[in-house]
Write a protein that binds this ligand. Sequence first.
Ligand code: GAF
Length: 386
Amino acid sequence: MTDADGLRAEFETHFGTAPDVVAVAPGRVNLIGEHVDYNGGRCLPMALTLSTYAAVRLRPDTALTVRSRQQDEPWTGDVTELGPGRSDGWVAYVAGVVWAMRERGIEVPGLDVLVDGRVPAGAGLSSSAALECSVALAISAAVGRRDDEAARRELIEDCIRAETEVAGAPTGGMDQTVSMLARDGHALLLDTATGETADVPWEPAEHGLTLLVVDTRAAHELNDGGYAARRASCEEAAQRLGVALLAEVTDHDDALSVLADDDVLHRRARHVFTEMDRVTSAVAMLEAGDLDAFGAELTASHASLRDDYEVSCDELDVVVETCLAHGALGARMTGGGFGGSAISLLPDGAVEAASAAVALAFADRGWPEPRVFTAVAAPGARVLPA
Ligand code: GAF
């Protein structure tokens, strides 16, 4: 039985009939371009095979029932009474999407929803975007909307509103965009200033390399203040520099001298400026097939996130140091930070030893065993055939 078949069967058990639509949407890792999406910069995420499934059935009334295979209790409400402050926890991501779609004028009636989240929550792998995007795409298909890039871009905006306005995590949109638009075998180069995207081939196996993901299991939340504080610093720096977004600054040295009197703002802005430059070099290195140089950009990104942006933690630093000591071409934390996951680009033959060394380093420090897996670039969200 496939994951989708299992979900359909469970949906029928709970709701008495089959779902109208089942959709799936992936989590992600970001290869490079961290904390630049809310600054108008470019980032390079890729979708994971780890995904969330959503089964949806339209109702003849306005009742909304949301169930999760990972939660015991269902949540019930009414689609006419959703919005900021009306739901919390994991339900806010689902109810938020329904609210945002209705706000946009889509006639979403009452719904029965069952989700199956296979992206570990709190791992910095965008379980929330996977949840939002699977639900949004399933509802969109169920109400008979077309599925093309323009429609998906509207759904991305709905998912971002769900996350920022209903779930209360002031995130930047990278995760929803890659979950909706990723292509198999490619990373997605997203220019957050224009919304333009380009598919960048990501096939490290052709170079004898593997991308390793390590979920440190160190707590990671995007709506507990640290993330918002970083975003606020960037906004303050932009204001002092007279621009709307830091990506608009053309003379970085000059801007940094303007911010020199405020050590924190100076370092936050320096991370953003240098990270935007690293994305440009990293993409050029990838296109040139120079994975050694690409890896060096990853490691430099980590140092900047650790020292200037201060969003790393001991667990992430230990993963990076251990992987580098075991032959990684590059390694860095990925996603928002404050815990969560790190990525490492390793020669195929070094993966086993590096994984074992990371596990040992964690055990030595009395930390929970990390979750370690290899990742290929997977496709974005899709509706599954009935
Ligand atoms: C999280 C956010 F959701 C993204 O929007 C992005 O800001 C990322 O942290 C940091 O690059 O994943």
